[in-house]
Unconditional design. Structure first.
Length: 136
């Protein structure tokens, strides 16, 4: 079964074999763009900005700057941030004292590469998710 050829003027076809490779080539300068603002982890089309600060107020300010620099990078490169998948997770004992970024969904847990992380860095949420998957 073959589909009809269609011209692609922007982006890469969803589900294509070359799509992930082309995306990586296109965004390989993103960590360098972010190096003054955060540590950046990338896997396929997922990106994580990591910031660690000793003071909650400084973490809030630096997180806001890093987020805006990432959004600026996307805007400059005709990329769109998937807002429904963009979350802020503050880890550690002081997580309740840290202000939340208004643009982001606040969450106590998130999944990254199949691992469920929670704001207390416990394995409980991850183990519960695994048990639920195994029981179905």
């Amino acid at each position: 079964i073959c589909s009809k050829p269609r011209p692609i003027t922007r982006g890469v076809p969803q589900g294509s074999v070359l799509g992930p490779v082309l995306f990586i080539l296109f965004t390989n300068d993103f960590p360098r763009h972010m190096q003054d603002y955060s540590e950046t982890l990338m896997y396929a089309d997922d990106s994580v900005l990591l910031l660690g600060r000793s003071r909650a107020d400084q973490l809030e300010i630096d997180s806001y700057i890093a987020l805006n620099m990432a959004i600026q990078y996307c805007h400059n490169n005709d990329l769109v941030v998937n807002e429904s998948k963009t979350k802020q997770l503050v880890l550690g004992r002081q997580s309740k004292n840290t202000g939340r970024l208004p643009e982001l969904e606040e969450d106590n847990t998130t999944d990254y590469l199949g691992v469920t992380l929670d704001d207390r860095l416990s394995w409980t949420a991850h183990i519960n998710n695994l048990c639920n998957k195994l029981s179905t």
